[in-house]
Design a protein around this ligand. Structure first.
Ligand code: HEM
Length: 293
């Protein structure tokens, strides 16, 4: 039901307006591109791609922003607010927050030098957030390969989608709390890499200290697959993809063929964007992405 031309008649200016705000945000803070890309994942894995991740807590209901995988970690909500304001001034009440997340993720990858894909549109916004769903459905970096595969399968995504989408970790950063156990306890990690990271992430304290996933954390390329093969990745979950198991061949293929990775990444983003959208007369077009109408 989603289509690429959904806003062609009702808001043809939306694409240029969104891209402009995304580029300005990245020019102001290059790390923002990664954060905007991640929002699509954390929206789509919880109740589908329905903009629920954008809802603030209210006095009576908890939103998803304060769930464990998101709290003190997700960012970019102010950029989404700026985009929504621009788009509302162009065409009031037309473009959903859920679709803004999808377009913003694509534009961020392109701004980082990645390959564009055609986004499918026509999603509507959920009137409710799912705090407990955000805690259970977003995979943790401690998961092993079979649990990662299951977590993606639960959302209708296959193992190729898992390997391709994990390529998103070619950009952005992680906090020490998410890689401490790996650098002190994992054995499938390059010893020099682990040693260097221990300087940034002590055994106690420094939970929020940041480290980049790859050397070019603001350039969208296939570096993360090279790093997996070298055992120089931050997250336990990313190394699980290349650890003597069935997906090693796919990691090697993406490391050798950046075009194949780019094509599969775009397709996997489209697949992820298809998770349980609200369409037709379901849901609403929120006027402010942070609260229900
Ligand atoms: C396969 C399962 C995944 C796990 C276990 C996982 C886990 C994580 C963790 C732990 C962080 C660091 C958060 C922090 O320290 O605050 C992170 C960051 C990030 N993730 Fe994932 N992730 C997964 C899949 C994805 C997918 C599918 C995407 C998008 C397509 C994605 C995009 C990102 C980006 C871009 C960042 C950096 C954010 C920033 O710098 O602000 N991740 N992820």
């Amino acid at each position: 039901q989603l289509t690429p031309d959904f806003y062609n008649k009702t808001c043809p200016g939306a694409f240029a307006a969104i891209d402009k705000v995304v580029r300005a945000a990245i020019a102001n803070d290059p790390s923002m591109g990664a954060s905007l890309l991640r929002l699509q994942f954390h929206d789509c894995f919880v109740n589908g791609c329905d903009g629920s991740v954008l809802l603030d807590d209210t006095p009576t209901t908890k939103g998803e922003k304060t769930a464990a995988p998101n709290n003190n970690s997700l960012r970019g909500f102010d950029v989404i607010d700026r985009i929504k304001a621009e788009v509302e001034s162009l065409c009031p009440g037309v473009v959903s927050c859920a679709d803004i997340v999808i377009i913003t993720a694509r534009d961020s990858v392109v701004a980082f030098g990645g390959t564009p894909w055609t986004v499918l549109l026509g999603r509507r916004d959920s009137p409710i957030a799912n705090f407990s769903g955000a805690n259970t459905d977003i995979p943790a970096p401690t998961l092993n390969l079979s649990n990662l595969i299951t977590s993606f399968a639960n959302k209708g995504l296959n193992a190729i989608d898992l390997v391709a989408l994990s390529g998103a970790h070619t950009v952005g950063q992680a906090r020490c709390i998410n890689f401490r156990n790996r650098i002190y306890n994992d054995t499938n990690i390059d010893p020099e890499y682990a040693k260097a990271l221990r300087g940034i992430c002590p055994i106690t304290g420094g939970d929020d200290n940041l480290y980049s996933f790859t050397e070019s954390a603001t350039h969208f390329d296939n570096d993360i697959y090279h790093d997996m093969i070298k055992k120089k990745v931050l997250l336990h979950s990313d190394q699980e993809l290349y650890n003597g198991g069935p997906l090693d061949r796919q990691v090697e293929a993406y490391s050798k063929n950046p075009e194949a990775f780019a094509a599969d990444f775009g397709n996997a983003m489209i697949n992820m964007g298809n998770i349980s959208p609200l369409t037709g007369t379901s849901g609403q077009i929120r006027l402010n992405c942070r609260k229900v109408n």
